[in-house]
Ligand binder design. Structure first.
Ligand code: C2E
Ligand code: MG
Ligand code: MG
Length: 694
């Protein structure tokens, strides 16, 4: 039931009349300020008079008693400062159409939200709230928004937001500059339009932080409008709407292209060989570790090849380091040309290279690759219009069959490479367990050698050298013997190279020399004043200062009592130190033999440049001697030429009477070999071969 005007509806549905007291009470308790006024039109401008105001009016405006007074009286200057207020009040009082507005009333210094209506023409009621506080907050908010907008617009960092579909919704000017676009060209386009294709699947920004549900920092490449790529670091934050649904992402983006370039440079310097631009040892180690992990996953074996150029040092020393560098560069290129793109070629240092061949479905592929490498490197290199030939030796080992760790693999490949070298270079060798065993034995011998001298495990044996024209024993060769309490007799051809490697040969060789001098001076005094003992001297022993010439007088021995046996390789690398040694021998009267002639370079014209007294024809020649003219041709030629050059010839390894006779008829001067005697201890030698004078 609709209550009549001036009536109140009761709870029980009864209608009760609305009395003046109730009216008053409604206005009295209202929280809004309220004023009932009449518009006035004075000469000085519009004005109004307060007819009724409620208590909230005073609270809100801070004004005292106003009823019956004009506003211009109570708030002087309000007409000038706030003409808008009068305009609205006047309009409402006139038209009767209510209005609602917010206004800052200067004269009162506050913001008001005002509802105004007109109960009868010329009158109006204003119901209002002071909203200064709210306005201030709003203003502050607007200001800070402006400030933020400013920051975003002027930031050096790119700012970019995308919606939930990955479509660009905002980019700031820095972002536009970074990629070379106008904002309008970017907005509305999917983010993948700007990403570098290769990185796309890995770095879909938007997806990453969305899935993770938190912000993320990552680096990726973006594509600029001009087609260039630039490296960016993204700090991306996922955004959610009020219902918690993913609404897109917002990212702060920094251009890190320059930093990436420097990083890359530093990385290259640390991981690549400057000369050949191949990976260096450190990157090689990483690659082989990665290769091993890959092989574990795929079950396919991996091959490690270690290559060492043959006689590179010689070329480097004779033709100069600049050419040596060119040679290495070209070798690197040839190597790369032989291999598949996923194989790794590295330079381990000097003239040593490594190749990692992964995913070996067929082991024969390695052999094929090796042959290709050997062929490619065997092609001549050009040096000042001259052809230079270089060969290489390759060691091969497999993971996981030969070893389970990098260190052992590298050691295996090294051993196999040395085996290839000792097989005659320019070839390849696979690692075998036998190689491992021999490497272990070498290590053991090397250790034992260190104490062999002080433990008196060495002896010198002597092998007679016979003058063929008379059959007299006029010389002998001192040959070292090592008897180890557990290992037994160890052959000099096994332990001498080890002693050369670890430098022990210097001490041991000096000891042999002193033994030989002692023995020579005894035998010369007691039996034969012209007797001579030959002592072997390896190239390594020619590296330091020489003292042998000076030691003779300690034993009262003239130089002619000793002959030093050297090898051809010594003359090939003959430098000033070697020459000084040889000169010292000549000055002291010590003779020099060229040992094992015919196994190395065998260049008589080269030997001529040095003072060599004897040529020892190697046993491999003597062994093959038969009366056939074609077998005799070479030894005969050597003997004739040696004589022409003023050298005497000693044949080594004479084992049969036939060999002896053939050598005699060829004009050979001396012979040494089992046909006469094996090397024997000094006392036995003395008993058997030395006869007192007369
Ligand atoms: P080498 O100087 O050529 O010595 C000759 C080698 O041939 C010796 O081997 C000798 O025992 C062996 N030989 C002699 N006659 C015959 C024969 O009729 N038939 C056969 N099959 N062999 C014969 P050895 O004593 O085993 O020495 C091997 C090598 O070790 C020597 O070759 C020499 O290069 C080196 N060597 C030995 N002693 C010394 C040393 O004191 N100092 C240095 N630096 N090297 C040494
Ligand atoms: Mg010798
Ligand atoms: Mg020899």
């Amino acid at each position: 039931m609709n209550p009549e005007k001036n009536q109140l509806a009761s709870e029980s549905g009864q209608v009760i009349p609305l009395d003046a007291k109730t009216y008053d009470s409604i206005f009295e308790h209202m929280l809004n300020g309220m004023a009932y006024c009449r518009m006035l039109h004075e000469e000085g401008g519009p004005d109004f008079i307060y007819l009724y105001t409620n208590p909230s009016f005073h609270r809100q405006t801070g004004l005292g008693e106003v009823e019956g007074k004009r506003v211009s009286e109570i708030v002087p200057g309000i007409r000038d400062s706030d003409p808008g207020l009068f305009e609205i009040y006047g309009r409402v009082a006139k038209t009767g159409i209510p209005e609602k507005f917010e206004m800052h009333v200067e004269a009162l210094g506050d913001w008001f939200h005002i509802n105004v209506y007109s109960p009868k023409s010329g009158y109006f009621v204003a119901i209002f709230d002071v909203i200064t506080e709210r306005k201030r907050t709003e203003e502050a908010l607007i200001k800070s928004e402006e400030r933020y907008r400013n920051i975003v617009e002027t930031a050096n960092e790119g700012i970019w937001s995308i919606d939930s579909r990955g479509v660009t919704s905002f980019v700031n000017p820095a972002m536009c500059r970074m990629l070379g676009y106008e904002a309008a060209e970017m907005i509305g386009r999917p983010v993948e339009d700007f990403l570098f294709e290769e990185d796309f699947s890995a770095h879909r920004w938007g997806q990453i932080e969305r899935q993770a549900g938190k912000s993320g920092v990552y680096e990726m490449r973006m594509r600029r409008k001009d087609g260039e790529t630039c490296w960016c670091r993204l700090n991306a934050v996922p955004l959610y709407d009020d219902s918690g649904k993913y609404a897109g992402s917002f990212a702060m983006i920094t251009d890190i292209t320059d930093k990436k370039r420097t990083d890359e440079l530093v990385w290259r310097q640390a991981n690549f060989d400057f000369l050949t631009r191949l990976p260096n040892r450190s990157l090689f180690m990483e690659k082989i570790a990665a290769g091993i992990r890959k092989s574990d996953r795929s079950g396919l074996p991996l091959a490690l090849l270690i290559l060492d150029l043959d006689r590179f040092k010689e070329i480097n020393d004779t033709l100069g380091h600049e050419f040596g560098d060119l040679l290495l560069k070209e070798t690197a290129q040839r190597l790369v040309g032989c291999l598949r793109s996923n194989d790794t070629v590295a330079r381990l240092g000097g003239d040593e290279f490594a190749v990692i061949v992964e995913d070996l479905g067929d082991l024969r592929h390695v052999e094929h690759a090796c042959s290709q490498i050997i062929d490619a490197l065997a092609k001549p290199y050009s040096f000042q219009g001259q052809a230079i030939y270089l060969t290489t030796s390759i060691g091969i080992t497999f993971y996981p069959t030969d070893a389970g760790d990098i260190e052992t693999l590298v050691r295996n490949a090294d051993q196999a490479m040395y085996a290839a070298k000792s097989k005659g270079r320019n070839g390849f060798s696979y690692f075998t367990p036998a190689m491992q065993a021999s490497a272990a034995r070498r290590l053991k011998l090397a250790n034992e050698l260190r104490t062999a001298l002080e433990r008196e495990q060495f002896r010198v044996h002597y092998q007679p050298i016979v003058e063929l024209s008379t059959g007299r024993i006029v010389k002998c060769e001192a040959l070292l013997r090592w008897k180890h309490p557990l290992l037994g007799e160890v052959s000099p051809s096994e332990f001498i190279p080890i002693a050369e490697d670890n430098g022990m040969i210097l001490e041991i060789g000096d000891w042999v020399f002193r033994e030989a001098m002692k023995q020579a001076s005894i035998w010369r005094k007691q039996f034969d004043p012209d007797f001579q003992i030959s002592v072997n001297k390896s190239p390594v022993q020619f590296r330091g200062e020489s003292s042998w010439g000076g030691q003779l007088k300690d034993f009262g021995l003239p130089g002619s009592g000793i002959c030093v046996e050297i090898t051809e390789s010594l003359l090939m690398e003959a430098n000033s130190t070697v020459k000084a040694h040889l000169l010292q021998f000549r000055d002291a009267g010590i003779q020099v033999s060229m040992d094992d002639f015919g196994t190395g370079y065998s260049s008589l014209s080269y030997i001529k440049q040095f003072d060599i007294d004897y040529l020892k024809i190697d046993q491999s020649f003597v062994r093959n001697l038969t009366p056939k003219p074609e077998d005799m041709a070479l030894p005969e030629a050597i003997i004739v030429m040696a004589h022409k050059l003023g050298m005497k010839v000693i044949a080594e390894g004479v084992e049969t009477e036939l060999q002896r006779n053939l050598l005699v008829s060829s004009g050979c001067d001396y012979a040494q070999g089992y046909f006469y005697s094996k090397p024997v201890p000094a006392d036995e030698f003395e008993k058997k071969f030395m006869k007192g004078p007369g």
